[in-house]
Write a protein that binds this ligand. Structure first.
Ligand code: IPM
Ligand code: MN
Length: 354
C-alpha cells in the first residue's frame, strides 16, 4: 500500500521557492522508488503576502499547519519588510507554537566539497548540533524603559526552564547513542560568566549524563568552541547548546562544511509537527537566476524523510546529494557549474540509482 505524507510547503521569499522546488522534486522521485507519496500542500506565507495583506501567519493557517505530517520551509525575509517582523511573527512563531523545541543541525563535509578551513577532511567533520529552539534569548522576554531617551534601558532576558533544558539535553544524549554517532556529547555554554543559566545547563547536563553511562561527555565554553570548530572539529560528535549560542555556532559550523549551500536543519517536535529548512537565507542577489544551490534544501528534505520514518528514502537522498556534490566544482551560489534545477535533477537521478 502506498504510504502518504502530507507535507506543508512554505517556499517563502527570495530564493526560498526555487530551492524548495528542487527539494520537492527529489522527494517525489524518491517516493516513486520507495512506495510513498508526498501530498504537498503549498502555503503562501512570507514577505510578499505580508506586504499585500498585512498578514504574517493567520491563526487559521497555523491551525492547518498543526494537522500536517511535516513542513518544508525555504526562507523568509524581504528587503521591504522591517527586520524582525517575519522572523518573529512567522518563523519563530511556527517554532514556538508547534513547540519545535529542538533545532537539529547535522554538519558533514561531503567528499569533494571544499572547506574554507585548510586541511580538514570529511573524516574530521561529522557533527550534530542540538540547539535548544524554544527558549533562551529568543522568547522576547524583556522590555524598554524610557525608550529613545538618554536614560533608556533595554532588557533582553534569557529564559531557561529546567524542563526545557532537560528535554533538549536528553534529546542530545539519545542522538549520541544512535549507531551512526560516536556516543559523545559536548555541552557548549558560558558557565564562567552566565552564572544562573549556565549553572542550570551544567547541572542538568551532569544529571542527564548519569542516566546515559555509555555516552562520553565534555564541556567547552562557547568562545573556545569557535576555535575548536576550526582547529579540531573532529573532537565534536553531538554538541548541545542554548538557542543563541546554537544560532551562532551553527553558522560557523556551516561555513566549515562548505557554506550555506549545503547546510540543512530541522526544527523538531519529536511528538508533533516538525519543520525542515536550509539554514541559509533568501539570497536576494540570486533570486530568480537559477544560480542558488539547492543542496541544503534537499538535505533538509532528507531529514524530513528520516523523521517520517522513511529511512530508506532518506538514505537515497543522501546518496543523491553525494553524487551531485562530487560533480559540482563549488557549493557557492553561482559557482556550482550547473543551474539550480540541474543540480536538483542530478540529486534525483543519483537518488533513484542508489
Ligand atoms: C536561523 C536564523 C533564525 C534564528 C532567524 C532568521 C530568526 O538565523 O534559523 O538560524 O536566529 O534562529
Ligand atoms: Mn541563524
Amino acid at each position: 500500500m502506498l504510504r502518504r505524507h502530507r507535507v506543508g510547503v512554505i517556499g517563502g521569499d527570495g530564493t526560498g521557492p526555487e530551492v524548495v522546488r528542487e527539494a520537492v522534486k527529489v522527494l517525489e522521485a524518491v517516493g516513486n522508488a520507495e512506495g510513498f507519496h508526498i501530498d504537498a500542500v503549498a502555503y503562501d506565507l512570507g514577505g510578499e503576502r505580508y506586504l499585500r495583506t498585512g498578514e504574517t501567519l493567520p491563526d487559521s493557517v497555523l491551525d492547518e499547519l498543526r494537522t500536517l505530517d511535516a513542513i518544508l520551509l525555504g526562507a523568509v525575509g524581504h528587503p521591504d519588510v522591517r527586520p524582525g517582523i517575519l522572523e518573529r511573527d512567522l518563523l519563530l512563531r511556527i517554532r514556538f507554537e508547534l513547540d519545535q523545541y529542538i533545532n537539529l543541525r547535522p554538519v558533514r563535509l561531503y567528499p569533494g566539497v571544499r572547506s574554507p578551513v585548510a586541511d580538514v577532511t570529511p573524516a574530521d567533520v561529522d557533527m550534530l548540533f542540538v540547539r535548544e529552539n524554544s527558549e533562551g534569548l529568543y522568547t522576547g522576554a524583556g522590555g524598554f524603559h524610557r525608550r529613545g531617551e538618554p536614560e533608556e534601558i533595554a532588557v533582553q532576558e534569557s529564559i531557561n526552564t529546567r524542563r526545557g533544558v532537560e528535554r533538549c539535553v536528553t534529546f542530545a544524549f539519545e542522538q549520541a547513542g544512535r549507531p551512526d554517532r560516536r556516543a559523545h556529547v559536548t555541552l557548549a555554554h558560558k558557565t564562567n560568566v552566565l552564572n544562573y543559566a549556565g549553572d542550570l545547563w551544567q547541572r542538568t547536563f551532569t544529571e542527564v549524563a548519569e542516566t546515559h553511562p555509555g555516552v562520553g561527555t565534555a564541556y567547552v565554553h562557547v568562545d573556545a568552541a569557535c576555535i575548536y570548530l576550526l582547529e579540531d572539529p573532529g573532537r565534536f560528535d553531538v554538541i548541545v547548546t542554548d538557542n543563541i549560542f546554537g544560532d551562532i555556532l551553527t553558522d560557523l559550523a556551516a561555513t566549515v562544511q562548505g557554506g550555506m549551500g549545503v547546510a540543512a536543519g530541522a526544527n523538531l517536535n519529536p511528538g508533533g509537527v516538525s519543520m525542515f529548512e536550509p539554514i541559509g537565507g533568501t539570497a536576494p542577489d540570486h533570486t530568480g537566476k537559477g544560480t542558488i544551490n539547492p543542496i541544503a534544501a534537499i538535505a533538509a528534505a532528507g531529514l524530513l524523510l528520516e523523521t517520517l520514518g522513511e529511512t530508506a528514502g532518506a538514505a537515497r537522498v543522501d546518496a543523491g546529494i553525494r553524487l551531485a556534490v562530487s560533480k559540482m566544482p563549488s557549493m557557492r551560489a553561482g559557482e556550482m557549474g550547473a543551474t539550480t534545477s540541474e543540480v536538483g535533477d542530478l540529486v534525483a537521478e543519483g537518488a533513484l540509482n542508489a
